[in-house]
Design a protein around this ligand. Structure first.
Ligand code: ZN
Length: 460
């Protein structure tokens, strides 16, 4: 009887005990605010359970509760948890017999605390999202999207044909019951279906996105009819009137520069295909990537032309930024040479190479991506009441954007994660790669010793 009473009392107070015990403070640290683009010194962040409960500063200090776990944040830099706005966790992985959940630790170990799946079959996508939710200590939060809504004969295995606009409401109702945040339309979609998807998507409060250019819908019409997001920079026309309209409407563009560099144009560059980041990718996926790289279309003769196309897309990205179009940060992992998690750090570097300041690039990967997910109440910045997703860095990312890789700890929903424990052992050691290629180490050293990638001509 007595034992039963004790068990009853413990179960009654367990939630409060857990909350009490799970208090965490990061003290006297440098806190990055993506809204102002500034680094706030002498900040203290208090976390209880999975939420941020107070932010203190030198002028407004907070009293730390008794028995609170403390991380000394002096000489550290805390940024909001990174969000990758463009990943696929099913179709390519499925082809090479890799489960989506197997690559999720690569994201979290790289400080990516949320991902936006942007087009996959809904049932396996939901399974991956559910797995992530029950393994928050090793996996990011997965936000789901529709399959690629397409016309007849969809080009992707992740595609879904709708040729009659009357079928759109019922289909979207079903997708909403799975918990999607985004609808994505693909290359062969019919014009009337396109308009209906936007109308129904907005009625449900979803973000509506498309892979442009589309076969039957002109880009100008897509903008006029209220599309929210354009996936990939190559779908944007360098037309000042059109870009001005996109900015005025609050449209978003997810350039995914890293997939253009690493897969579309320059996968044969040694720093791309021999990167140590690729060592963390499962062997079966890596072998598909390697087949892709050896395609004869990538040759020495056209390399300069390919580089110049890459420069065109970087320039267009900066034009959009200057015009006030909201830019997202996405990667298209796991397409060739875009390793999950790692590739988002490369995307940040490419945004800075395009002309954005490091603060502006970080804004894309945090609050802008949260905006695309309609999650700014929960994610995207470190503020009282938001979910405790953040990354503690050893070096200042505003001095050199590549410092986002200097991860000390990742905090996901209040859980403190050591990236070294979250990341799997690399599949191939750098030493072996070096033996195979001869020059790998030299290339890598040169890459990491170049001058800081800052951009003086930019306001965030
Ligand atoms: Zn994609």
């Amino acid at each position: 009887m007595r034992t039963k009473s004790i068990i009853f009392l413990i179960s009654l107070f367990a939630p409060f005990l857990f909350q009490y015990c799970s208090r965490l403070a990061i003290t006297n640290t440098n806190l990055f605010d993506p809204i102002t683009g500034s680094m706030l010194p002498n900040s203290t962040i208090l976390i209880a359970g999975d939420r941020i409960t107070a932010i203190g500063s030198r002028d407004n200090p907070i009293k730390l509760p008794y028995n609170c776990q403390i991380i000394d944040g002096s000489d550290k830099y805390v940024i909001p948890g990174l969000i990758d706005a463009h990943v696929h966790l099913v179709f390519l992985l499925d082809k090479v017999n890799v489960k989506g959940e197997d690559v999720l630790p690569l994201y979290l170990g790289n400080g990516v605390t949320s991902v936006r799946d942007i087009g996959d079959q809904i049932v396996p996508q939901k399974e991956v999202a559910d797995f992530a939710e029950t393994h928050r200590e090793t996996c990011p939060t997965v936000f789901m999207c529709s399959p690629l809504i397409d016309g007849l004969n969809p080009m992707h295995t992740a595609g879904y044909t709708i040729n009659d606009p009357a079928r759109v409401p019922g289909y979207i109702d079903t997708l909403v019951s799975y918990g999607i945040t985004t609808l994505k339309m693909y290359v062969g979609i019919d014009t009337t279906v396109f308009k209906k998807v936007i109308e129904e998507g907005h009625r449900h409060g979803l973000t509506v996105s498309a892979h442009l250019p589309l076969r039957y819908v002109k880009t100008k019409n897509a903008i006029d009819w209220g599309l929210d997001v354009i996936e990939h920079i190559w779908g944007v026309s360098n037309d000042s009137l059109m870009i001005g309209k996109m900015a005025a409407q609050g449209m978003m563009v997810d350039p995914t520069l890293v997939v253009f560099k690493n897969m579309i144009y320059l996968p044969d560059l040694p720093e791309v295909w021999q990167s140590t980041d690729n060592c963390y990718v499962p062997d079966t996926l890596l072998s598909v990537w390697d087949e892709y790289r050896t395609d004869p279309k990538f040759n020495e003769q056209n390399r300069q032309l390919r580089k110049s196309k890459m420069d065109t897309y970087k320039n267009l990205t900066y034009t959009l930024y200057r015009a006030g179009v909201t830019l997202l940060a996405g990667t298209d992992t796991p397409e060739p040479y875009c390793p999950p998690g790692f590739a988002l750090h490369d995307e940040l570097v490419l945004l800075v190479e395009s002309g954005l300041s490091p603060a502006a690039a970080l804004k894309c990967a945090t609050i802008n991506n949260a905006h695309a997910l309609k999650q700014t109440n929960n994610l995207g910045s470190i503020e009282n009441g938001k979910i405790a997703d953040m990354v503690i860095l050893n070096a200042n990312p505003l001095e050199d954007i590549r410092n986002t890789r200097t991860i000390f700890r990742v905090i996901h929903q209040g859980i403190v994660c050591d990236p070294q424990s979250v990341l799997p052992a690399p599949a191939v050691t750098p030493k072996n790669i070096s033996n195979q290629t001869g020059h790998w180490m030299n290339n890598s050293a040169r890459f990491f010793n170049t001058r800081p990638l800052t951009s003086p001509n930019d306001a965030h």
